[in-house]
Design a protein. Structure first.
Length: 382
């Protein structure tokens, strides 16, 4: 919601407030109303990884591997993941200027194989960016199975390859990033100012069974349940007290966390004793509950400081308006989720979303340019 004064201001300036400091009035009058569109959760895979995954799936007993192979082995997805002409045609049809590429997970391989495949994929991503100037940016894929080598790959990707951040497909063979053994990855991410896109995975093998009924294992419920859990583990484990500058990106409008912030703060206060209790809330008898980590802030404060969210697969105005109101448009980025969602549907959703011109520009490209250090393209702004 924007208030009346701001609405009048935006109307009076013909939606040009965003450009006020960088262009002259004559530029604004002459420019057509075209806002640059960058989609920030767009999947890609190199054939070498898909082939290696098929081999792994042929012998693995892991439900996670079996489910992932249903995606990686689907001919429709394989074509859209691997063929650049198909991808560019869909972007052009929809009027999408740029995709931020996320390579598919290498987290189910052995540490050695995953590390080698990640390096190969990142080399290929860097080449794609060069071959198609202005159309692609990319996040580095890593194999957290070997945290030290993953950290070294982050350094290589952010310095030598010029990639735009990091993508992690949530848990790694049942292990979560609140475990300090993974924290070399955060050291490298903070050092190189690389945001981490925490993309969903299937629920780990230890908790997948209850999701297997009614096809709930994937995007119907399993992905958001697993990724929301992972983000909460990072918050409650104190990751952001150790890394106050670390930035995590969650897709699908925040994997439901924005909806729960009141309750997580409230129950957190109850479990911590009186220190975090809001006025009028009773303190827990006996003080801090077992297993809690003494944090500096409430869960919602970390969510506001250390997280961005994207619109991937959530093209729905009520959630968009709620998240913009709750977090600010500065924390919301446009994403489609190619090839699992249609680019045209995502772009049309943003065209008609009830947003001010300023907020629409931030969500469609300004926030992505800043967070992922994508070169701003002034001529495409308006
Ligand atoms: Mn996705």
């Amino acid at each position: 919601m924007i208030d009346q004064n701001r609405r009048q201001f935006l109307t009076a300036t013909a939606g040009a407030a965003f450009l006020a400091s960088t262009t002259s009035p004559s530029d604004v009058i002459a420019a057509p109303a075209k806002v640059r569109r960058i989609a920030t959760e767009e999947h890609i895979a190199i054939p070498e990884v898909l082939d290696a995954f098929s081999k792994l799936a042929a012998t693995s007993t892991s439900p996670n591997v079996k489910y992932l192979q249903m995606f990686y082995g689907n001919p429709l997805y394989v074509r859209k993941l691997t063929n650049m002409d198909v991808r560019l045609a869909e972007m052009d049809r929809a009027g999408l200027d740029m995709q931020l590429l996320l390579h598919q997970s290498v987290q189910d391989f052995s540490a050695e194989e995953g590390t080698a495949l990640a390096a190969l994929a990142n080399d290929r991503l860097a080449a794609i960016i060069k071959e198609h100037p202005g159309r692609f940016a990319a996040l580095a894929t890593i194999a957290p199975q070997d945290p030290q080598k993953a950290a070294a790959e982050i350094e290589r990707a952010m310095t030598q390859l010029g990639l735009n951040g990091i993508c992690i497909y949530s848990h790694t063979q049942g292990e979560f990033l609140d475990d300090p053994k993974f924290w070399p990855i955060f050291d490298a991410a903070v050092k190189h100012r690389a945001a981490i896109y925490m993309h969903p995975g299937f629920p780990p093998d230890s908790m997948v069974a209850p999701f297997e009924k009614y096809q709930m294992v994937a995007a119907l419920w399993g992905f958001q349940a697993e990724t929301g859990l992972h983000a909460m583990r990072m918050i409650l484990g104190g990751v952001f007290d150790h890394y106050p500058d670390l930035q995590i990106v969650l897709g699908h409008m925040g994997e439901a966390l924005p909806y729960w912030l009141y309750r997580t703060d409230d129950i957190f206060a109850l479990l911590m004793g009186d220190e975090f209790a809001p006025a009028g809330r009773r303190a827990r008898p006996g003080g801090q509950a077992p297993g809690m980590v003494r944090l500096k802030k409430r869960p919602s404060e970390y969510f506001r400081a250390n997280f961005h969210i994207t619109t991937s697969g959530m093209f729905w105005n009520p959630t968009l308006e709620y998240c913009v109101k709750l977090l600010g448009a500065e924390k919301v980025l446009f994403a489609v989720d190619y090839p699992f969602e249609e680019t045209e549907i995502g772009v049309n959703f943003m065209k008609h979303a009830p947003l001010s011109s300023r907020d629409r520009a931030l969500i469609l490209h300004g926030n992505a340019e800043k967070l992922f250090r994508i070169k701003a393209s002034l001529d495409a702004v308006l």
